[in-house]
Ligand binder design. Structure first.
Ligand code: SAH
Length: 240
């Protein structure tokens, strides 16, 4: 899911400065689709000032009269709330929501943010499939609007970067069969050089498996490791 496909929707924003700061928060994280539902004052010089070099995001803003208009072509809609489980809706942390969003590459996604003073009203939350809550201090959980946008966009970026890395890796990761051949090869050699003592042999092999599992070996790495094992075997054979 390219981040530029994810829509941020601000409902009834009072302070135009927050709109500019939102544009900046979005652009720094690679998002650019901003929708405003009935902003109190926009365009406004304070929005432009707070946007800084994200003025291009502001220039592309879509202003609409109703939340439903901003959401009509979206498949998955998330509403943000300072309270967990408002209306008994499924509530996710920003991180869990971001992971859910990035694994759905073909869907259009919107994340909706509420008014500075009173958030989103129930009728608006009901238009969302899931709720997002940033688990803040329970005694003071209400973030500034643009700060909340920044955190959600950051989590989206992190989830996106992680997903991309996995994609790249998955092309070359060693499969279970190759891994098993490697462990068998290693086991044989460690036996041959009498590194493995019968009582602890299983324990050591389990630990080595855990060690290599953490590194997510790719095909080439397994080849190199097996090459090392084979070379040692040859050297041992030539000496005996
Ligand atoms: N007094 C309002 C505060 C709204 S803060 C209330 O309690 O609802 C403005 C907006 O920022 C919220 O509507 C939400 O979109 C976002 N926001 C602020 N803090 C948040 C948090 N902890 N989790 C999720 N969204 C938050």
């Amino acid at each position: 899911m390219p981040l530029s496909q994810i829509r941020i929707v601000l409902v009834n924003t009072t302070d135009p400065g927050n709109i500019g700061a939102t544009a900046r928060a979005m652009k720094t994280m690679g998002l650019k689709q901003l929708y405003l539902v009935e902003p109190k004052s926009f365009p406004h010089v304070n929005a432009s000032v707070r946007a800084s070099n994200a003025i291009d995001v502001l220039a592309e803003v879509t202003v609409v009269d109703h939340l439903a208009t901003a959401l009509q072509d979206c498949h998955l809609v998330f509403g943000t709330s300072t309270r967990i489980r408002e209306l008994n809706w499924v509530s996710l942390t920003a991180r869990a929501a971001a992971e859910k969003i990035v694994i759905n590459p073909k869907q259009k996604v919107a994340v909706v943010f509420g008014r500075e003073r009173c958030g989103l009203i129930n009728k608006e939350l009901q238009q969302c499939h899931f709720q997002i809550n940033i688990p803040a201090n329970p005694d003071y959980s209400s973030l500034n609007l643009a700060a909340a946008v920044q955190i959600v966009c950051y989590e989206l970026r992190m989830a996106f970067l992680h997903e991309t890395k996995l994609d790249e890796k998955s092309i070359q990761l060693a499969d279970v069969k190759q891994q098993e051949y490697f462990y068998q090869h290693l086991h044989n050699l460690l036996n041959k050089i009498e590194f493995l003592k019968p009582i602890r042999s299983q324990q050591i092999m389990d630990r080595l498996r855990r060690l290599f599992s953490r590194t997510e070996l790719d095909m080439n790495e397994v080849k190199i490791l097996r090459g090392i094992l084979s070379t040692i075997e040859k050297k041992l054979a030539s000496k005996s």
